[in-house]
Design a protein around this ligand. Structure first.
Ligand code: 13P
Ligand code: SF4
Length: 303
């Protein structure tokens, strides 16, 4: 931390000078999450908070689709991402043409799109969802069948809880798809007294084997309210680091993977981004209204 202090100090000073706010996802490193972020949260919380921002500049510490969502909700503001290469295996698994093809194959079936997608994909779909409201949104759209894209596992995990037929796409999160039921039984064997919790981007057999599954914010809330003496968070590694420094009496055990995309963002490039006002995130004008509508419908349906 002493090594980070000058960078943190300078970023916080520049934020005021540039009239900027930093939105950071729960998977950002503790030095970003605790040191420079103004607002932290899961994808839904960040999208909602983005609608309330007063500052003229948003620096998104997260991956590209999150910065695009902020831009969609604030087209008049400058949205910066410290490294535009911060992608997502889910967002890159599907294109707008793929969605149009699915719509042609299943005419009239509503399309529920995970926010982990490009603005172009959002623009051709009916409503977005995040891991925290997926079940609600699927239940609330009309009809007894939905297309849920692109995460096959989030879709399968949701399908197990809704009475509707869920048509899936073959996308997966490269961080969560590698966890297996065997991993969970090994963790149970190694740490018999620990609670094990996981993100719903994990395959269904993993979700079936854990004590709780939820969005990144739901997992944090669960740990803070349940206060298990020992816990394994089966998700991105920074989650435990961030919650550990806010929680006493809980032992955090390792059972995580690193998201290389989230980890492209660091204090150095956050500082550079504010200093140079780069890299600006833009969305083609024609795409903004329909993509924004899909995100706004989600926010409205989550109230
Ligand atoms: P949350 O919406 O739960 O924060 O998930 C975002 C994400 O990218 C998880 O991998
Ligand atoms: Fe995408 Fe997975 Fe990284 Fe989340 S953890 S940003 S879903 S690759």
């Amino acid at each position: 931390w002493p090594f980070y202090a000058p960078l943190i100090f300078e970023i916080n000073r520049l934020k005021k000078e540039k009239d900027a706010v930093i939105l950071a996802h729960n998977y950002q490193t503790p030095q970003i999450y605790h040191g420079v972020a103004d607002i932290v949260g899961d994808s839904l919380q960040l999208a909602i908070e983005a609608t309330k921002v007063k500052q003229s500049v948003i620096v998104q510490c997260g991956v590209h689709f999150m910065a695009e969502t902020s831009k969609l909700l604030n087209p008049e503001k400058t949205v910066l991402i410290p490294d535009s290469r911060a992608g997502c295996s889910l967002a890159s698994s599907i294109t707008a043409d793929d969605v149009l093809m699915m719509k042609a194959k299943y005419p009239g079936v509503p399309v529920v799109t995970y926010v982990n997608t490009s603005a172009a994909v959002k623009a051709v779909t009916d409503v977005c969802c995040t891991s925290s409201n997926a079940l609600d949104i699927v239940n609330r759209v009309e009809g007894d069948t939905v297309i849920m894209i692109p995460d096959q596992y989030l879709a399968q995990n949701t399908a197990k809880k809704t009475g509707k037929k869920v048509i899936t796409w073959a996308g997966a999160c490269e961080v969560h798809e590698t966890f297996t039921a065997e991993d969970i039984s090994e963790l149970r064997h190694a740490y018999p007294t620990a609670k094990i919790i996981a993100h719903p981007e994990c395959p269904p057999e993993v979700i079936d084997a854990v004590d709780f599954a939820g969005s990144t914010a739901a997992m944090i809330d669960w740990v803070k309210t349940t206060k298990p003496p020992r816990v394994v968070m089966v998700t991105e590694c920074s989650m435990s680091d961030n919650v550990a420094s806010e929680t006493t009496g809980v032992d955090f055990l390792r059972g995580c993977n690193i998201c290389p995309h989230m980890k492209r963002i660091n204090l150095e490039n956050v500082l550079w981004s504010l200093h140079t006002m780069t890299e600006e995130v833009t969305v083609p004008e024609g795409i903004i209204p329909p993509a924004r509508l899909a995100v706004e419908r989600m926010i409205e349906m989550s109230r």
